[in-house]
Design a protein around this ligand. Sequence first.
Ligand code: AR6
Length: 168
Amino acid sequence: MTTLTLVQGDITRQSADAIVNAANSSLLGGGGVDGAVHRRGGPAILAECRALRASRYGRGLPTGQAVATTAGELDARWVIHTVGPVFSADEDRSALLASCYRESLRVADGLGARTVAFPAVSTGVYRWPLEDAARIAVDTVRATETEVERVTFVLFDERAHAAFAARL
Ligand code: AR6
């Protein structure tokens, strides 16, 4: 049984076994959550991301998939990087967004993580509408069989928090 909780704040200030990063395929950093994770987590995370690019993901981490690295100086054991889809009004990419949550939990299970913090994947630079993203995030985590005991959604601002609260 997984407990779902909500927090408003900065995900890089959370304490959890694993913190999920809203990354991009390059795994080499960016803005938003990704920028904050690498800034606060320090260079060890990027070093592992580069190694993953060189070994397993020469073409980048595909959208909807997830992979773990050290959490560097963050208050966590691992960062799980997942690549959300860019929102499209013409094409339904919901399955890919759901996959981010499912695959991140699968990776968390492989690591033995019991507490996982998620940001609202794809709702920033990738422009996914908040209410719809909240529905996909909450419903997917609820429907996923996992050993993770607590999932915390960490929402940066009041609007995102309200959208997730409404869905929960
Ligand atoms: N803690 C929690 N939530 C945050 C934080 C934070 N420190 N910073 C932003 N948010 P985004 P995406 C919220 O853009 O849409 C990057 O450049 C933000 O308000 O981080 O999946 C990557 O490298 C929004 O609600 O991720 C990719 O290129 C949510 O987190 C691209 O952005 C996600 O916003 C990924 O875009």
